[in-house]
Design a protein around this ligand. Structure first.
Ligand code: SF4
Length: 239
């Protein structure tokens, strides 16, 4: 779908976080289908998002972009689009906002120290990190480790504990994984433009799509509700 946007010159690029080494990532503008595919995958590091984004969008070679971000980032961007401030007019260049599903990010330094001390992992050799039921699967050097979620929860950013948004309700399109359909991406089109883009991408062969079954809807709703409950619980502790 993003490839279609680029090929048909609807946009000049896709702003996305790309893994550079191990757990470290940086914000890049992907200007070809290959660059988008190279940036695919999970990243769990915290990026100086807003500053980088502003710098990127102020470039004169960029006129229209799609942004891929986390729910908190997409909320910020959508609000800036709806209620723009003069000094932040860079948001007018944003054509489409795609949000990834998110349960939280880790405080990078303590999380890396934990992986080193508890599991002897060199974070620079990590090639994949992702959620798998009640564990985090970490791949490195052709090996993999399943780290129980309860062990890493203390390293989740405090702000994430009070964040109620799992899917990115302020985005145009939400995208994430379903436990029962590995290798597929669950897409939620949140408006007519998003639905039209997805259908056109499908018709032109950029995407294969099937309507999600009730099991997928139940899974996403359960996780979304779970995150709201977690946020309310932690919020009540600080009120
Ligand atoms: S849990 Fe919320 S605040 Fe934390 S990274 Fe995800 S969207 Fe952002």
């Amino acid at each position: 779908m993003l490839g279609k946007n680029l090929d048909e010159e609807l946009i000049d690029g896709v702003v996305v976080a790309k893994r550079v080494k191990g757990l470290l990532a940086k914000l890049v503008v992907a200007k070809s289908n290959e660059e988008i595919l190279r940036a695919a995958g999970n990243r769990w590091s915290v990026l100086p998002y807003t500053t980088k984004l502003r710098e990127t969008l102020q470039s004169e070679s960029i006129n229209r972009v799609t942004i891929v971000g986390l729910p908190c980032q997409t909320q910020f961007l959508q609000q800036m689009k709806m209620f723009p401030l003069l000094e932040t007019d860079f948001v007018t260049k944003i054509y489409l906002i795609v949000s990834l599903f998110c349960i939280g990010t880790f405080a990078t330094e303590p999380f890396i120290e934990f992986l080193k001390l508890r599991y002897g992992l060199d974070p620079e050799r990590v090639t994949y990190i992702g959620l798998e039921k009640n564990s985090i699967r970490i791949e490195y050097d052709h090996e993999q480790k399943l780290v129980p979620l309860r062990e890493v929860l203390p390293y989740v950013q405090t702000g994430c504990l009070v964040c109620p948004d799992y899917t990115g309700v302020f985005s145009d399109i939400s995208a994430g994984l379903s436990e029962n359909y590995p290798g597929h991406t669950v897409l939620i089109a949140r408006n007519e433009k998003a639905m039209k883009l997805i259908n056109e991408a499908h018709e032109k062969g950029y995407l294969e799509i099937v309507k999600a079954g009730s099991d997928v809807v139940d899974e996403v709703e359960t996780k979304a509700r779970g995150k709201i409950v977690r946020a309310m619980r932690y919020m009540s502790m600080i009120l």
